[in-house]
Design a protein around this ligand. Structure first.
Ligand code: GLU
Length: 602
């Protein structure tokens, strides 16, 4: 397999930064000093679970402070936002990681990513015993990483034996009532948490999990409730890099957390997770190569959170009207003429991508600007990737704003977005399986406005059928004797796909539908009412039928076969010519319609 240019880019980035030997391996936790200073890995994981790696991406090391945001997420899920905020703030401290930054009045640590805040957060994790708490932390981190993780017992023991400063912080937190129990057990949980063994690849996938709204994109498992992801990313953005956090955000624009083991976990929200590992630390305690690599990655790949050059994809992929795109219900001439003339009063939009306020606002603006000149708006949601709560509310409100004006906003192919729109107040009656049914509904509305109370499916006489246009009474009588009279019950098959047949149908009563089987049932291609004919194509070219035709209700029809046509040629050749002219006319108008739709869809 040829190397992806992304992989080649990472390899090159790795080779260049491997020359950087600045900084020193942490040794205040004695066991950390055994790390090989040359270890160096870079890894990017995408939101859809593709992983690119260069260097020592599978080398285990201890997660250290990169654990803190993940445990913060767990505490939020365990206790709820309010309870957590009462104990731990969200203000950047600007101090070093081990500073004792507590709120002077309450004693609450300024944020959950300095040691004081992280120890307090550990105290909030649910669990009857220290073992249970650690078990839950390990399990959660494992979900983020997509594999079972364990503790480096030597690093744990080493920190536990020397972590006097953290113990002092623990006792202060106890003094202020931020920790409700004697702090020893919580401190041990904290030391264990920091000694969890991960790889650079794990950090990238953890980041991708946050980027993906809390679901690990490789395993599909949820690691954290979506509701807390933005809280976790916020503290990472403002407090993640010790007393370098402001400068870091300024330069890279990536929420991130580093650890003294040499790891950096960075996130481009909704896009990527990045893991970098190199044990030599700079004066702030951040991996020196890690910082340089992330800075270059952010600049090269345009990852900065506040980069406004890439505008989001517009929500409207296509906007058209009934002039170009019609439902497959064939209409009698008078109805068809009216729909052609007033087709611009029926508008169809295809939405795409992530529907958020900024992308959906132009769509809503367009609808409101046309609320006078149009009667019905159809919004197809098939290509929508996400739809947030605000969008669901705005769309439901657009529907209810239009309703009193006698106008409608309909949703087609809403699939999974159906529920949030209903929850936001959109009525069930506004949803349609596909554009065809929504368009038909909208067309019926246009017809109802123009011809109130009129029913279109009344039985037709032969003279009213387009196929027999221009035939006099004698000719019609001749034909009626010759044509086969046939009836079908509701749901009965009139034409079966794959079969060959030489029959052309003219409906006099009832209606019929052309459909093809699809993944989720059947798709309607056309619906016919009295006076219309179908089956011309296979009748002319004699190839097998390409779709099914079934009676919708009780159908009475006339059937023309090739044998009859030959007889007509012998007995009344002019009638045959006339008839075939009418067939050609009918097909021509269908081709025109199809051309217009194709042009609109392009
Ligand atoms: N376990 C380390 C400590 O508390 C974590 C420090 C860090 O990675 O910032 O000192």
């Amino acid at each position: 397999m040829t190397t992806s240019p992304i992989h080649a880019y990472l390899t090159d980035l790795h080779a260049r930064h491997a020359l950087n030997a600045s900084g020193n391996v942490a040794d205040y936790i004695p066991e950390l000093a055994y790390a090989n200073p040359e270890w160096f890995g870079i890894c990017i994981a995408t939101r859809d679970g593709v992983v690119y790696e260069a260097g020592d991406t599978r080398q285990p090391f201890t997660i250290q402070s990169a654990s803190k945001p993940l445990t913060y997420g767990l505490a939020l899920a365990d206790c709820g936002e309010d309870a957590v905020l009462r104990k731990v703030g969200v203000e950047p401290s600007g101090d070093a990681f081990n500073a004792i930054s507590l709120q002077p009045q309450t004693g609450a640590p300024l944020n959950p990513l300095i040691n004081a805040g992280a120890i307090a957060t550990c105290g909030l994790v649910r669990g009857e015993s220290a073992d249970e708490k650690l078990g839950r932390i390990l399990e959660t981190f494992g979900r983020y990483a997509g594999r079972e993780l364990d503790v480096d017992e030597r690093v744990y023991a080493s920190e536990s034996a020397t972590g006097h400063r953290n113990r002092a912080i623990g006792w202060m937190l106890r003094g202020f009532g931020i920790l409700s129990d004697e702090p020893t057990a919580t401190l041990e949980t904290y030391f264990h948490q920091c000694a969890i063994r991960v790889t650079c690849r794990d950090l990238a996938i953890m980041g991708a999990t946050l980027a993906n709204g809390g679901v690990n994109p490789v395993t599909g498992e949820r690691a954290i409730d979506a509701a807390y992801v933005d809280h976790v990313l916020s503290v990472m953005a403002t407090c993640g890099m010790y007393d370098f956090s402001g400068e870091w955000l300024y330069q890279t624009g990536l929420p991130a957390k580093s650890g003294v083991g040499g790891g950096i976990l960075a996130v481009q929200p909704a896009r990527l997770g990045i893991g970098v590992f190199s044990p030599r630390l700079d004066e702030h305690g951040n991996s020196a190569r890690g910082i340089a690599v992330c800075r270059e990655l952010a600049a090269d790949l345009g990852l900065h959170l506040f980069d406004v050059s890439g505008r989001p994809a517009p929500a409207i992929r296509m906007a058209t009207t009934r002039r170009s795109v019609a439902s497959s219900r064939r209409r009698p001439p008078e109805a068809a003429d009216h729909l052609r003339a007033f087709g611009s009063r029926l508008r169809l939009y295809h939405a795409q991508g992530s529907l958020v306020f900024a992308s959906v606002e132009p769509l809503i603006r367009d609808i409101m600007e046309r609320a006078e000149s149009a009667d019905c708006f159809i919004l197809n949601l098939k290509s929508v990737e996400s739809l947030d709560g605000a969008t669901a509310r705005l769309l439901a409100q657009t529907h209810s704003t239009l309703e009193p004006l006698g106008k409608s906003l309909l949703f087609s192919e809403a699939s999974t977005w159906w529920e949030s729109l209903i929850a936001a107040g959109a009525p069930r009656s506004a949803f349609f399986a596909d554009d065809d049914f929504a368009l038909e509904y909208g067309e019926n509305g246009l017809l109802e406005r123009r011809f109130p109370g009129r029913t279109w499916d009344t039985p037709a006489t032969l003279a009213e059928c387009a196929l027999f246009a221009g035939f006099d009474a004698d000719a019609l009588a001749t034909l009626d004797r010759m044509l086969e009279h046939r009836n079908y019950g509701p749901g009965q098959t009139m034409i079966a796909a794959g079969h060959s047949s030489n029959e052309l149908f003219v409906i006099l009563r009832g209606s019929a539908m052309v459909s093809i089987p699809t993944r989720n049932g059947v798709t309607r291609l056309a619906a016919f009412a009295p006076g219309m004919s179908f089956g011309e194509i296979a009748f002319i070219d004699r190839a097998p039928r390409t779709a099914n035709v079934t009676a919708i209700d009780a159908v009475a029809c006339r059937v023309l076969t090739h044998e009859m046509l030959s007889r007509l040629e012998r007995e009344a050749s002019l009638l045959k010519i006339r008839l075939l002219e009418n067939v050609a006319l009918g097909m021509t108008s269908l081709i025109r319609q199809a051309d217009a739709e194709l042009a609109a869809l392009r």
